[in-house]
Write a protein that binds this ligand. Structure first.
Ligand code: 2RA
Length: 320
């Protein structure tokens, strides 16, 4: 978030960094200065206009209201408020209008990374032809599970090249040279919470509870950027050419669809970029109005920090 605020020349007057006692006293760089990390408490938000929360659901549950009471708008990157009917779940390219009621005081939720890139790609198709069903399979990078998970992939890879035993702490199985069909915890019906988030959040963001959606979320040994295979059924027919024409003009989307030239979205190329890349666009002839897409985005940027900062940009551009 610090990096993206700086890159986008966000007009920060004062930046305060709040964390637990464990991190207090550290100094982090911003705008050419070293800013000390302070301990978060109920009085931390005096004179704060925008509070970006990304410290886990329990911290948001405990402190977001204190920020709102002090007059701030909270942009919350955790799952805590996402499905609350009173709280907008916002992807600026899709439903920025939802910010209006919460623009001066209140909480705005930032969706899950795997949902954000999917709705950026699908919203223009939804507007053009309606969407009745989505089948999505994800190929999610280890950075979605945090810094230690990234280190684990590195360590396991090195261990295997050196014929050593691998240690598994962050994932239930070896992630190096493997795919693990398990992200977040399992629910009694056999789906994971990550899969359910994709279903529920997509319906909320597209404001259509009728869309039939099913998801399979898979962790893959990639450091950064999530990839998704998305099969969509539209209400009215769209050809592959129609989809390309629509997505060529779509906000936040970069069409990368020249399979003959071996050109399609790749995690390695999307990393560090802001766009949601879409390619491998094909008609699915097994159903009446089917389309297949391959969608890749940097999960730490568009899937998290960038989306939050874009919401903050709309707050200061349109509401202050
Ligand atoms: C993951 N969706 O990739 C999560 C991060 N929010 O694990």
């Amino acid at each position: 978030m610090r990096k993206i605020l700086a890159e986008r020349l966000f007009p920060v007057d004062t930046l305060r960094l709040l964390a637990s006692e464990r991190s207090a006293g550290q100094r982090l760089a911003f705008g050419g200065r070293q800013i000390p990390v302070e301990v978060l408490d109920d009085d931390s938000f005096e004179d704060i206009d925008i509070a970006l929360f990304s410290a886990g659901s329990s911290v948001s549950a405990r402190y977001a209201q204190a920020a709102v009471d002090a007059g701030a708008v909270v942009i919350d990157n955790t799952s805590h408020f996402r499905m609350d009917d009173e709280i907008p779940l916002v992807v600026p390219e899709v439903n920025a209008y939802k910010i209006a009621d919460h623009a001066h005081r209140g909480i705005i939720a930032n969706p899950n990374c795997s949902t954000i890139q999917m709705v950026v790609a699908l919203k223009p198709l939804y507007d053009a032809a309606g969407i009745t069903r989505i089948v999505v399979s994800t190929y999610q990078s280890v950075s979605g599970a945090g810094r230690r998970a990234m280190e684990e992939l590195g360590k396991q890879t090195a261990a295997l090249f050196n014929s050593q035993e691998v240690e598994c702490e962050q994932f239930p199985h070896q992630i190096a040279f493997n795919c693990i069909p398990h992200i977040d915890s399992f629910l009694p019906d056999g789906y994971t919470k990550e899969e359910v988030k994709m279903v529920q959040e997509t319906r909320k963001i597209l404001d259509d509870p009728e869309i039939r959606i099913t998801a399979t979320a898979v962790r893959v040994p990639v450091f950064c950027s999530h990839s998704e295979s998305i099969n969509v059924e539209t209400r009215t027919k769209l050809s592959a050419g129609d989809v390309r024409a629509i997505l060529r003009e779509a906000p936040g989307v970069l069409l990368q669809d020249d399979p003959q030239g071996n050109d399609y979205p790749l995690a390695t190329q999307a990393t560090g970029k802001d766009a949601t890349y879409v390619g491998r666009i094909r008609e699915d002839d097994s159903v009446e109005n089917g389309i297949n897409l391959w969608v890749v985005a940097d999960n730490l940027r568009k899937g998290a920090a960038l989306n939050a900062v874009q919401i903050a940009e709309i707050l200061i551009r349109d509401y202050h």
